[in-house]
Design a protein around this ligand. Sequence first.
Ligand code: HEC
Length: 81
Amino acid sequence: MIAQLACTACHKIGAQAGGPIGPDLSRIGATRDSVYLRRAILDPNADVAKGFQPGLMPPNYGEQLYARELEMLVGYLAALK
Ligand code: HEC
């Protein structure tokens, strides 16, 4: 699912090589909780990660994902520690 959503075009996630445009998500769950992560996906410009540019992360994942998929994705990211 992650690959399908092209998150790794901009993010490195663990062993999956990824672009440097967005923050490395390999251990994102160690510093961000699921509430923050859900908002980061649905409304990327609500909080802009320090050192990174706003307006690059696609703002329409909320339309591309079913609620259940979104929760799976958030759960996956929150568990990366
Ligand atoms: C076109 C590039 C791009 C794509 C594709 C992309 N992102 Fe991002 N993402 C960014 C950028 C740039 C930031 C930093 C600016 C910001 O916080 O909005 C970011 C920030 C984030 C953050 C917040 C990180 C933090 O420490 O605050 C999360 C979580 C995240 N992205 C998850 C995802 C997920 C999950 C996907 C796939 C569903 C995805 N991104 C797809 C570019 C992208």
